[in-house]
Design a protein around this ligand. Structure first.
Ligand SMILES: [Fe+2]
Ligand SMILES: [Fe+2]
Length: 151
């Protein structure tokens, strides 16, 4: 059975918080990392920040259309994701943290896609597009891991 409107708003709000958490962690990692090996990863993360923020914006607009409102900073639940490493040259730890965050995002979008099936096509369509973006990030960072885990 398809989820109720309130359930969809709740799922979208969780996705919104997850996107904002990736913005914070990708921003921190894109600034914190040191060393030659980190340069490409920093650039890639810096580009992702804008994309994840646009995801949060699209989710926010859909939440509003469904009659919900966005939480302010006190209502945004964060802290579930792997934190930036203390060692600022640990590029592999950052890549693994990104893969973990992207896998969680993919799993959550798949959950919303299932919950809205046959009912809320607009939310479903949005989440399919977001899933496509996150799968692209995932493939990119899995590729980075292949290379960086060798050295
Ligand atoms: Fe995202
Ligand atoms: Fe992503």
């Amino acid at each position: 059975m398809a989820a109720s409107n309130d359930e969809v708003v709740s799922l979208l709000t969780t996705a919104y918080c997850m996107e904002l958490e990736t913005v914070m962690n990708y921003l921190a990692n894109s600034v914190n990392l040191d060393g030659v090996r980190a340069e490409e990863i920093k650039k890639s993360l810096a580009a992702d920040i804008t994309e994840e923020l646009s995801h949060a914006t699209m989710l926010g607009q859909r939440i509003k259309q469904l009659g919900g409102t966005l939480p302010g900073s006190a209502g945004v639940e964060v802290g579930a994701q792997i934190q930036p490493p203390n060692d600022t040259t640990d590029v592999v730890a950052v890549i693994k943290a990104v893969i973990d965050a992207e896998e969680s995002a993919c799993a959550h979008y798949k959950k919303i896609i299932k919950a809205t099936d046959g009912e809320d096509y607009v939310t479903q369509d949005l989440c399919i597009r977001l899933l496509a973006d996150e799968e692209e990030h995932l493939v990119l960072f899995r590729g980075f891991l292949k290379e960086y885990a060798k050295a």
